[in-house]
Design a protein around this ligand. Structure first.
Ligand code: ZN
Length: 255
């Protein structure tokens, strides 16, 4: 094979689908070129040397050959299998949610190494058994910042006043929170309690090592989830598929 056509990249498998008789189409997320669609040939035949390295949310080192339409996987070697995600339903479901978020927000051909690191780190923590809901909230807030939708949590998005320690109002179309005065003036804005607002600011400003020590009251955790869901859905202009499945899994966990 022509050597110029070959290149290496690490990637996390976001999605895969069957292609033809024996091939798979993979959507990878890479640090250098963002999302990348590639073809893995022969991986559905048994035995295939590549098959075990291209499962969903595996972190893999690839040798790719440039193709006319799609680049072709010529070698694949697992860097991190995140085995803990393959043994248990709840972390696996959260992992699907995280990769679906990245798939929805990341662009093809656009470098975002910080988002790659965030995803790799989050999958690692999920696989290690960290509390998945809090990790998902941290991930949502940080991802929004890394793809250009960082929610404004310091100043009122309508009048510009610095927020007091008080309840605020989510104004998704303005990209952040309104102060109580501007929030009450806007009909239908979602009120955010001071407790939930503090948590959101903490998620935005602190490292994960500090965040993971948080002990949230269940109602605060639910509120933070609701606020972020509202904001993400507005930004994406749609609901994510994995969310309905995630709700079912969460309902199954409740006593
Ligand atoms: Zn205001």
């Amino acid at each position: 094979m022509d050597r110029e056509r070959l290149y290496r990249t690490e990637g996390i498998v976001l999605k895969r689908s069957d292609f033809g008789e024996a091939d798979r189409l993979l959507v990878l997320f890479t640090p250098g070129v963002g999302k990348l669609r590639v073809l893995a040939k022969g991986v559905r035949k048994v035995p295939s040397r590549k098959a075990g390295h291209v499962e969903p949310f595996m972190r893999t080192r690839f040798l790719l050959a440039r193709g006319r339409n799609l680049d072709i996987v010529t070698q694949a070697e697992t860097v991190e299998a995140y085995q803990g995600l393959r043994e248990s339903l709840v972390p696996a479901t959260y992992a699907y949610y995280l990769v679906e978020l990245v798939d929805a927000f990341a662009e093809e051909g656009e470098e975002n190494a910080a988002l790659y690191d965030l995803l790799a780190h989050a999958l690692g923590r999920l696989a290690a058994g960290d509390a998945p809901a809090l990790l998902a909230r941290f991930f949502e807030v940080r991802l929004l910042g890394l793809v250009g939708y960082r929610p404004e949590l310091q100043r009122c998005v309508a009048c510009g006043v610095t927020h007091e320690p008080a309840a605020v109002f989510l104004s998704a179309n303005e990209g952040g929170m309104r102060c109580p005065r501007c929030g009450q003036a806007a009909g239908g804005a979602l009120e955010v309690s001071l407790g939930a607002f503090k948590v959101l600011r903490y998620l935005q400003s602190q490292e994960y090592a500090a965040v993971r020590a948080l002990q949230l009251r269940p109602e605060t955790a639910r509120e933070v989830e609701r606020v972020l869901r509202r904001y993400l859905t507005f930004v994406l202009e749609r609901n994510l598929k994995s969310l309905s499945f995630l709700s079912l899994v969460q309902a199954g966990q409740s006593p």
